[in-house]
Design a binder for this molecule. Structure first.
Ligand SMILES: N[C@@H](CCC(=O)N[C@@H](CS)C(=O)NCC(=O)O)C(=O)O
Length: 218
């Protein structure tokens, strides 16, 4: 298995957590998003969308889209499961994950930030305002159901880690990298802190990856 990764990529962070949970340790290929290596011809041939993560599995298939990869890993290595068993529970977990992966993250990725800068000529404070706004919207969208639903436990869905936690943690760690205040979201913060105590999450953290700086401010 080969994972195309970059320390700062929040979508790849999700896949790193799942790989750790499943006990899989693929070869890691660095794609430096800050140097634009996602646009290089060899990577473009692999993923025409020019995005990471990409995962080449043991049969040579190239997979992309982090949530699709999470589901694939869950199918080839069912333990520990990333989804609960009951359909309504699975729908709840997927919905929480999608708040992050479908609604929020696409608004803050490098290509969007580059468009805001180069095409719309927005200055850095305005771009940061954009990023922090959409991060905050998703944190609020997560906090409300998590704080109200009795199915929330130590983690997003009861007391086992699911893909909702994986996506939640990727979002919250991204929020911290962009210096968003998490105190208005106490349930989110409690669950994220519980997850980051787990080795699979802690080892996958962006700042623990090769090439990462000691700390970042956006
Ligand atoms: N929906 C995709 C998003 C992938 C994505 O946008 N990845 C970012 C890094 S987190 C990327 O490669 N960005 C490169 C760019 O925007 O040019 C997924 O979940 O895998």
């Amino acid at each position: 298995m080969k994972l195309y990764s970059f320390w700062r990529s929040l979508a790849t962070f999700r896949v790193r957590i799942a790989l750790n949970l499943k006990g899989l340790a693929p070869e890691v290929v660095n794609v430096d998003l800050m140097k634009g290596q996602q646009h290089a011809a060899d990577f473009r041939a692999l993923n025409p969308q020019m995005l990471i993560p990409a995962l080449i599995d043991d049969t040579g298939h190239t997979l992309f889209q982090s949530v699709s990869i999470l589901e694939y890993l869950d199918e080839i290595r069912p333990n520990p499961p990333l989804l609960p068993r009951e359909p309504a529970d699975r729908a709840r977990v997927r919905a929480l994950a999608m708040i992050v992966a479908c609604d929020a993250h696409p608004l803050i990725v490098p290509r969007v930030r580059s468009y805001l800068e180069k095409e719309l000529k927005l200055d850095e404070p305005t771009r940061l305002k954009w990023i922090r706004h959409w991060i905050g919207e998703a944190l609020a969208a997560l906090e409300t159901p998590l704080s109200r639903d009795p199915q929330t436990g130590r983690f997003c869905h009861r007391d086992s880690v699911t893909m909702a936690d994986i996506c939640l943690v990727s979002h919250a760690v991204g929020a911290r990298l962009f210096e968003v205040d998490l105190t208005p979201y106490p349930t989110v913060t409690r669950i994220v802190d519980a997850c980051l105590k787990e080795d699979a999450f802690a080892r996958a953290h962006p700042l623990k990856q090769p090439g990462a700086p000691a700390s970042v401010t956006h």
